[in-house]
Ligand binder design. Structure first.
Ligand code: AMP
Length: 422
């Protein structure tokens, strides 16, 4: 039963991102956006909720995300809508709806968005979480796979983490590739059915590949000797995978082949990858992605091959702990006013600095000089600009360097140039 106190608590599995950590959060998202845009990916925003059918068709009716984790609701018009559990289906929908794929290819987009999955909350696993991601649509050229993977790898490294890149190819659904392999896998699973965790035994026929994703120890033990997809790829998929690896080698991107990596969503074809970091414990994936050449058709569009990744911002910051990327307040100058007559002038001065592109803050609560100096230190400002009645009368300001403690009186008109030179 909800009680009154629950309205003063964030819902289970959600987080408030508060200062000072929110500065690092923002710096990480900016770094992602800059890294993606520098490689030619343009920003895209899609709605937070979509038609439920989009995810059922795209993410897949046998995936855990769709069967167990979606936040779906009926709106007042009786439509079934779902808070997005992932970003790719909505982006591909938008590209098709607005015919972006009829222009120059590939269409390269990036997003930074909240995602929603009703999961059992634990460290690194929340019900609302933030992902940054890129999508390249319109070509199945192996070079774009390598580009996408390198961009993700470089972003994570420039943020200060040291991920291991796991790489696999999971073929495509045609009879001579994944479908053929599925039969081999189903035969193997049937032969070992008694040793599998009961939950995993149930989906042998609906989605045998998912068994590799199981967290159940009994199943993990069985899967260690299971046949792997890379031994069963058709000629075209095997060649595609070889080309992706050759491109990555040429770029100096280090990867570990992981033939048991299948990823959790049903739309993946061919290239699949994940960035993991052991320091994260059981939720060790910072993010991952892969090719989704059949997704556009699954959601009702024309064929449109694509590849992308999604990286979890919450998880990356956990992995970095307090190391790596830095972010902080952007106040350069804290105005310290002495007395009523200078208080109004303090806001004028702060605004003048802000308009000149210099970060400035001030006291709005008539603290004493000591209290204001404390606030100045807390603000992270480099300088305190002290404005007493003396200074006001003389058209001057006392500029105090808060690191060295040195101070000098300067003409008020010189403040901007002094701060810039500082
Ligand atoms: P996925 O596409 O499900 O593999 O998700 C990609 C990345 O998003 C994961 O590696 C995590 O970093 C992050 N992620 C996925 N689900 C959650 C969650 N429930 N809470 C926090 N981060 C998540």
């Amino acid at each position: 039963m909800a009680n009154e106190r629950d309205s003063l608590r964030a819902p289970k599995g959600t987080n408030d991102i508060l200062p000072p950590g929110s500065f690092r959060w923002e710096a990480l998202v900016r770094l992602a956006q800059d890294t993606f845009e520098q490689a030619g990916y343009a920003p895209v925003e899609t709605p937070t909720f979509e038609d439920t059918a989009l995810f059922e068709r795209g993410v897949g009716e046998t995936s855990e995300v769709v069967t167990k984790q979606m936040y779906s609701f009926e709106d007042l018009g009786g439509r079934s809508l779902t808070l997005r559990p992932e970003g790719t289906a909505g982006v591909v929908r938008a590209v098709i709806e607005h015919n972006l794929h009829r222009g120059a290819l590939p269409v390269k987009l990036h997003y930074s968005s909240w995602m929603f999955r009703q999961e059992r909350p634990q460290r690194g696993r929340y019900r609302q979480f933030f992902q940054v991601g890129i999508e390249a649509m319109g070509t199945d050229s192996p070079s774009v796979d390598a580009e996408v993977i390198e961009v993700g790898d470089r972003f994570l490294r420039s943020a200060g983490s040291t991920p291991t890149l796991l790489l696999n190819s999971i073929g495509h659904p045609a009879a001579d590739c994944r479908a053929g392999y599925n039969q081999v896998l189903v035969d193997f699973l049937r032969a070992h059915e008694g040793d599998l965790a009961p939950e995993d035994g149930k989906r042998i026929d609906t989605n045998p590949l998912r068994t590799f994703d199981s967290k159940e120890e009994a199943t993990i033990a069985v899967m260690a000797s299971a046949p792997v997809i890379t031994d069963h790829l058709c000629g075209a998929c095997a060649e595609h995978f070889e080309d992706v690896k050759a491109h990555l080698d040429a770029l100096g991107v280090v990867y570990t082949l992981e033939p048991r990596l299948v990823r959790g969503l049903d739309y993946y074809t061919r290239t699949a990858f994940e960035f993991v970091w052991s320091g994260l414990g059981s939720q060790n994936a910072m993010g991952g992605g892969g090719r989704y050449d059949g997704l556009a058709e699954m959601i009702g569009g024309d064929p449109l091959p694509g590849i992308g990744f999604a990286l979890g911002v919450d998880r990356i910051l956990l992995a970095l702990n307090d190391a790596g990327i830095e972010g902080g307040p952007k106040v350069d100058v804290y105005i310290v006013a002495q007395g009523d007559e200078t208080a109004a002038e303090a806001l004028v001065l702060a605004t003048r600095l802000r308009r000149a592109g210099i970060g400035a803050d001030l006291d709005h609560t008539m603290r004493g000089m000591k209290g204001q100096m404390k606030e100045a230190a807390r603000s992270g400002a480099r300088f305190a600009a002290i404005l007493g009645s003396d200074e006001l009368a003389a058209g001057e300001i006392t500029l105090r360097d808060l690191t060295s403690g040195d101070q000098e009186r300067v003409p008020a008109t010189d403040l901007e140039s002094k701060v810039r030179a500082g």
